[in-house]
Design a protein around this ligand. Structure first.
Ligand code: SAM
Ligand code: SF4
Ligand code: SF4
Length: 377
């Protein structure tokens, strides 16, 4: 296949696969108690604030696709901070308690602290402040941690796939040094964005040799290191099952060096399975999206950079809320349109895939999925 052909993938089109939600004539006020067809509540909203990134992790934005000719979303199609806050308020009325800002690389969005300040003023129907967190590659965190904290950010998750500088530079594919991300993590600790979580996507044969060094480094640091199974998200990363290292093997390898005990989840719907070091060196987690699907508890909705609502990381179609925002609908009308969308939700992609033989899995049909950098991780 030539390079030109390899780039002709339908992901750009997938961004436009959406429908404008129906706005019901009879409005009913949100009661914070939405439940989907599988009885799952709506509690967590992930908001992508940009589809751009300064890294080119091959499992997310491979450089041969996301190159200088890639057509990112035009500025005027991005939701403004006011539009994001308006939607967040509607989702909070429907039961959302936690907002995670993501991307792309969220710290590339100019003046992000202004958005955080606006979100920090929202309250749940029970009068509690919204739990606001952010996932970042850490490249700009050393500079921005304190400012983000001052604006109202509570916690941060930093993605870091290796401690070895050469492996890390290869994985981010822009030659970015690991020391700068570590400096970002330190700055986050100092600013009180705690507990800092560190996410490592494990790709067998690429960075699994970093599992033990990462664990050694973050023991006793206060950071919670989480090992994520490499997922078949998007249509461009060339995912293969044989590159997935099951979390059970990660735990087995760590147990050989550091005895661990399983601990209870913090809350229902938590993606990570938690473990603690028996010598009180802290906590780690594993996120087994591939080998132990957790769809049964999935309470997450995703809002893309341009205001499309996705009900699953693997969805192939969004619901165009920006069309309502810019179509002069009142908040009550938009809220009334959102409720039935969640109530009709039946997505459970990972469970369905796990039940299929690998070569008959929906991954074989992966051209019909939006990218992680667009929908937000
Ligand atoms: N740029 C930010 C970052 O890297 O933290 C935020 C966006 S990124 C899409 C969110 C998370 O998704 C990161 O922790 C990243 O490692 C994870 N991720 C991206 N592609 C993935 C894949 N194919 N499998 C598992 N995790 C993935
Ligand atoms: Fe960028 Fe995050 Fe995707 Fe890596 S995982 S390419 S840092 S958006
Ligand atoms: Fe949730 Fe979809 Fe992931 Fe299942 S596959 S856990 S429904 S996002």
């Amino acid at each position: 296949m030539t390079d030109t052909l390899r780039k002709v993938i339908p992901l750009a089109d997938m961004r436009y696969a959406s429908r404008v939600p129906n706005v019901p004539a009879r409005l009913s006020a949100p009661a914070g108690l939405l439940s989907d067809t599988l009885g799952r509540p709506l509690r967590d909203l992930r908001i992508s604030v940009t589809d751009r990134c300064n890294f080119r992790c091959s499992y997310c934005m491979p450089s041969e696709v996301f190159d200088k000719d890639y057509a990112y979303l035009p500025q005027n199609s991005l939701l403004t901070f006011e539009e994001i806050t308006r939607l967040a308020k509607i989702f909070v009325a429907h039961g959302v308690e936690k907002v995670r800002l993501t991307g792309g690389e969220p710290l590339l969005r100019k003046n992000l602290e202004v958005l955080i300040g606006q979100l920090a003023r929202l309250q749940t129907p029970a009068g509690k402040p919204l739990d606001i967190t952010l996932t970042t590659n850490g490249s700009l965190l050393a500079r921005k941690a304190q400012q983000l904290k001052d604006a109202g950010l509570q916690r941060v998750t930093v993605s870091l796939d290796a401690l070895d500088d050469a492996i890390f530079r290869r994985m981010n594919d822009v030659d970015f040094p690991v020391a700068d991300v570590l400096a970002g993590i330190d700055a986050a600790h100092r600013a009180g964005l705690s507990p800092v979580k560190v996410n490592m996507v494990v790709k067998r044969g690429t960075n699994d040799c970093q599992i033990e060094p990462m664990a050694r480094h973050f023991r006793h640091s206060g950071a919670v290191l989480r090992f994520i199974e490499y997922m078949d998200v998007g249509a461009t990363n060339g995912w293969r099952m044989d590159e997935v290292l099951p979390s059970s093997q990660v735990i087995e390898r760590l147990q050989a060096e550091f005895p661990l005990a399983a601990i209870d989840p913090n809350c229902s719907g938590e993606t990570a399975e938690r473990w603690r070091y028996l010598d009180s060196a802290g906590e780690i987690g594993v996120i087994s999206s591939v080998t132990q699907a957790f769809c049964g508890q999935c309470n997450r909705a995703r809002l893309s950079t341009e205001g499309k609502l996705f009900l699953c990381l693997f969805a192939s179609q969004g619901h165009d809320l920006r069309a309502l925002l810019r179509g002069n609908y009142a908040d009550e009308q938009i809220a009334a349109a959102v409720g039935p969308i969640w109530q009709a939700r039946s997505d459970r992609y990972s469970q369905v895939r796990a039940a299929l033989p690998i070569d008959a899995s929906p991954a074989g049909n992966n051209a019909k999925r939006v990218e992680m950098s667009y929908i937000g991780g």
